[in-house]
Design a protein. Structure first.
Length: 80
């Protein structure tokens, strides 16, 4: 699962950025506000997608020893 998400993000983010760059206005069709907003959308979407990928990697092993993992022995002792 995590490898598939990494592959998708590695393919999607550059293609999205290239698409936004191609759609940027030039010549008489240049509107700098639209181009700045499109650039911000690329940055924000990159942050969100990479953040979701990192979140997926963190929760991929829910029974480890990390701080965000489930404490199985605590739950077993608490319910028993």
């Amino acid at each position: 699962y995590v490898h598939f998400i990494c592959l998708l993000t590695a393919m999607y983010l550059p293609l999205f950025a290239i698409g936004q760059g191609i759609n940027a206005g030039t010549g008489d069709d240049a509107h700098w506000v639209v181009d700045v907003v499109a650039g911000l959308v690329v940055v924000l979407q990159s942050i969100f997608v990479i953040g979701l990928r990192i979140l997926g990697q963190k929760v991929s092993d829910p029974y480890g020893d990390d701080l965000v993992d489930l404490s199985v022995m605590f739950y077993v002792q608490f319910t028993w």
